[in-house]
Design a protein around this ligand. Structure first.
Ligand code: PLP
Length: 390
């Protein structure tokens, strides 16, 4: 009856940066030409710049999991002892990949919504000095929790193990000093804070990780780090690249550089802070109150309400796609994303819609309570400082 614009508001894929989308229309380009090499080289250089690393940077035509798979198959050998930090569905993915490749994994689990502490990683390394690698999510998207990768990196760098970080929703939502904190492998994905569609994965590789690659014996073919590095140095990818996505990426990276990575991070952090304030003002509970990250905020559905109802009503009433819980969290929580091309206007809408949905489903709230909380955060962060400056 009313117009409903479709809005993609999930923590991957995320809202697309329109100029990046338009850039994809120039995809009638061949990848073994100087025109394309120019774009590819600029993407690799800009990725290094926004990710803030001097390490080698590789790009793959794959979703983020492709790079996770590549990190294991290229850097390890069957039977290697590794430590996996698992605090959600993506931590479980590390454990599954390690198992698929026959690694000897010690899995440190934390209940959903909680995190694995750096102390537990340190203790596991002390117990098994032959550990070759430690795997973690910087931001565990399934629960909204954030790991302390700085402290973990400090502990791991003193050992022979490499630190492999799935930073797929960490980039653009939290500070990550790849080189300074000892993140030997840091993985990113195009459909998260990079504001373009799914299909590209990024990976930084430290000298310590390259050294491990020298002795690694697991089989691999399509994802070949050494070959990809050599190709990248020549301005090309090993195989036919996802040309259209790379054109989009070049445009999105131009925007991120102009904005500045620290501002992209603050943007996500402020939206996350405002979301937490809003849902708590509405009497809802956070799912990961201890270490809330800024990529996504997971919120418990009110007692007696399936979170699927909330997700469904966002779509049916407002055309908005938000995320349900994954796995056993399905039906328990819903997730509001903040990473990438999200702004306060999106959040005013999301929170107002949430208030309407709660009221329509037996959880009465005062209209405007949540929105007012978002307005307070915005006013405090953006309105007052500007007035002071003037
Ligand atoms: C999105 C995401 C991935 C990658 O998933 P794909 O479906 O392969 O892109 C991995 N880890 C985290 C934490 C993510 O949020």
């Amino acid at each position: 009856m009313y117009i409903r614009k479709q809005r993609l508001l999930t923590p991957g894929p995320t809202p697309l940066y329109p100029p990046a989308l338009h850039a994809m229309m120039a995809s009638d380009i061949h990848h073994r030409t100087e025109d394309f090499r120019k774009v590819y080289r600029s993407c690799l250089a800009d990725l290094k710049e926004v990710m803030g690393t001097a390490h080698d940077l590789l790009m793959f035509a794959a979703s983020g999991t492709g790079a996770m798979d590549a990190a294991v198959s290229n850097l390890f050998s069957k039977g290697d002892k590794v430590v996996v930090c698992s605090a959600g569905k993506f931590g479980e993915r590390w454990a599954e990949i390690a198992k698929a490749y026959g690694l000897d994994a010690t899995v440190l689990t934390a209940p959903y919504g909680d995190v694995v502490t750096p102390q537990r990683v340190e203790a596991a390394l002390a117990q098994e000095p032959a550990t070759k690698g430690v795997f973690v999510q910087a931001s565990e998207t399934s629960t909204g929790a954030m790991h302390d990768v700085e402290a973990m990196g400090r502990a791991i760098s003193k050992t022979g193990a490499i630190f492999v970080v799935d930073a797929i929703t960490g980039f653009g939502t939290m500070p990550l000093d790849i080189d300074g904190w000892g993140l030997d492998v840091a993985i990113g994905g195009s459909q998260k804070a990079f504001m373009i569609p799914p299909g590209l994965a990024f990976m930084s590789v430290s000298p310590k990780a390259w050294k491990l690659a020298e002795t690694a014996t697991l089989p691999h073919y399509y994802f070949n780090l050494k070959k990809e590095k050599k190709s990248g140095d020549a301005g090309e990818s090993s195989w036919t690249p996802a040309t259209s996505l790379i054109l989009a990426l070049a445009e999105a990276l131009r925007y991120v550089k102009q904005l500045g990575m620290p501002h992209l991070i603050v943007n996500a952090q402020m939206l996350a802070q405002a979301t937490r304030a809003a849902v708590q003002a509405l009497g809802l509970e956070l799912f990961a109150p201890g270490s809330p990250g800024s990529s996504v905020t997971a919120v418990k559905a009110p007692a007696g309400m399936d979170s699927g109802v909330i997700v469904k009503e966002f779509r049916s009433r407002f055309g908005a796609i938000i995320a349900n819980g994954q796995g056993t969290m399905k039906g328990q929580i819903f997730r509001v994303a903040h990473l990438g091309y999200f702004d306060f206007a999106d959040l005013f809408g999301v929170v107002a819609e949430l208030e309407i949905i709660l009221n329509a489903n037996g959880h009465p709230v005062q209209y405007g309570t949540g929105v007012a909380a978002v307005e307070e955060v915005y006013a405090h962060a953006a309105v007052e400082p500007q007035t002071k400056k003037a």
